[in-house]
Design a protein around this ligand. Structure first.
Ligand SMILES: Nc1ncnc2c1ncn2[C@@H]1O[C@H](COP(=O)(O)OP(=O)(O)OP(=O)(O)O)[C@@H](O)[C@H]1O
Ligand SMILES: [Mg+2]
Length: 451
């Protein structure tokens, strides 16, 4: 433990893990003032700037890899951030946009703290699928910060509602992310009565598609404020598009610089962050068995159709030219599970045209093992994440590993299959694209039925 005396005009940069107690004086941290005898913590691998409002004495206990250093005030963005965020109207929706590692999560915390300090009940949504800090990867989560309570990181809150987005690659599911964020914002405002909602987003920002996504998100949310954190020219195209979109009645658009000393996460750091995320929500493990006829997989219609009769099986076996374990006719196409492991080069599913018309989806044996799966309630909110262990076709049972802390089994209405395969150590071993292909097939089939 060390005692540090700090005068106004100087700044401290504390890297966690660290526990800080204000012995005397008053310091400003992330939108909040901490007076004598108050405490805050800084989590591992996070940096927080501490600004003394008068001469202060701090007691700092550092964990492994924690550090304290003086920050140069002319390089720090704390005053610019504070000044700009003081001028925005905190009631309503505020969306934070910016590239990777520019401080979006930090800004989300700062605005939430300020609103809490102003006496508001604050809703927070983390819409960053890859680097989610409120909930597990591949989800969008909502939490509530009660008035008068403060945090230094989103991880300190527990989500009150979540939605499963199947993958950490936002570019594959962004229209669904737009809907999920809208739904969670409605939940926070209508059910949790939070009139302030702060939304953290992902760093996918500079391609045409990314700009289209962010514009759609803004269009759907109609936020009061858009806070954009800039580093170089990464967000220029988006800012231009936003200003063109709202020439007359714009939401307030606040452009702010990124902190120059921000910690840049490597790809490896990001992967470890995700894997710790899966581990946290899937352990301690326990297996549950569900009946797929009663609890279907909504985006993968296995065990929802009619098992093929012997004649059909023989026909299909002849056509495919190798044995199959299971085959069923779902609305519009057939699904079969092969007992033959394809070669290394052909691990994926095959979608074949049958000679008499129609399609057959041929899955390799064990196709389901390790897939991330969402256990959802009847409103499509996520109850828990799971990892698929096995499907038994003879009785349509699925075994899923979930956390033992998950107890709301009676609320499970259906499952949603993810596009990520995890091994038993919860490491990401494969991005599975056939879930997307089957969803596309289902959608097309839905379209055909309508016509
Ligand atoms: N003023 C600052 N000075 C130094 N480091 C900072 C400052 N503000 C934030 N950081 C650190 O920079 C890193 C990136 O910040 P943050 O996580 O808020 O950014 P992000 O845009 O949300 O990143 P990601 O793309 O990973 O979600 C974090 O380790 C954070 O603690
Ligand atoms: Mg972030």
């Amino acid at each position: 433990m060390q005692k540090i005396r700090i005068e106004p005009g100087k700044l401290l940069r504390v890297e966690g893990p660290a526990a800080v107690r204000v012995v005397d004086g008053e310091v400003y941290v992330l939108g909040v003032t901490y007076g004598a005898d108050s405490k805050f913590t800084v989590l591992r691998a996070r940096k927080v700037i501490v600004k003394p409002l008068r001469a202060s004495i701090l007691e700092i206990t550092l964990g492994p890899d924690g550090s304290v250093e003086e920050a140069r005030s002319d390089e720090e963005v704390i005053d610019v951030w504070e000044d700009a965020t003081s001028r925005i109207e905190l009631q309503g929706i505020t969306v934070i946009l910016g590239a990777m590692d520019v401080g979006k999560t930090t800004m989300t915390v700062m605005i939430a703290n300020k609103a809490s300090r102003a006496g508001h009940r604050v809703g927070i949504i983390d819409a960053d699928l890859g680097q989610n800090d409120l909930g597990p990867p591949a989800t969008v989560d909502a939490a509530v910060l009660e008035p008068g309570t403060y945090i230094t990181h989103l991880r300190m809150l527990r989500p009150v509602k979540a939605m499963f987005l199947k993958t950490t690659s936002v570019e594959r599911v962004w229209p669904e992310v737009v809907d999920a964020v809208r739904k969670l914002a409605d939940y926070l405002m209508n059910v949790e009565n939070t009139r302030t909602v702060v939304i953290n987003t992902d760093g996918w920002i500079s391609t045409d598609k990314a700009v289209e996504y962010k514009l759609k998100l803004v269009e759907s949310l109609q936020p009061r404020n858009i806070v954009i954190i800039k580093r170089g020219e990464e967000v220029d195209q988006l800012v231009k598009a936003l200003r063109e979109k709202y020439p007359n009645n714009p939401p307030s658009i606040v452009e702010l610089p990124a902190p120059p000393a921000a910690r840049i996460r490597t790809k490896e750091d990001r992967r470890i962050h995700r894997e710790m995320g899966y581990g946290k929500y899937l352990t301690p493990p326990r297996d549950i068995t569900l009946d797929l006829r009663r609890t279907p997989i909504v985006n993968f219609p296995i065990c929802t159709g009619m098992p093929a009769n012997q004649d059909l099986l023989n026909l299909i076996r002849r056509f495919i030219k190798h044995p199959i374990t299971y085959c069923e006719l779902v609305e519009g196409f057939m699904i079969a599970v092969s007992s033959h492991q394809p070669g290394q080069d052909r691990k994926d599913v095959e979608i074949l045209n049958l000679p008499g018309g129609g399609k057959i989806v041929l899955l390799p044996p064990g196709w389901e093992r390790g897939l991330l799966v969402g256990l959802e309630d009847r409103d499509n909110f996520l109850l828990a994440l799971g990892r698929v262990k096995k499907i038994y076709y003879n009785n349509c049972k699925i075994v899923v590993t979930v956390s033992r802390n998950f107890t709301e089994i009676s609320k499970i209405d259906h499952l949603r299959l993810g596009m990520i395969r995890l091994n038993e150590q919860y490491e990401e071993v494969e991005k599975v694209n056939y879930v997307g292909r089957i969803e596309a097939l289902l959608k097309r089939r839905g379209g055909e039925n309508v016509q």
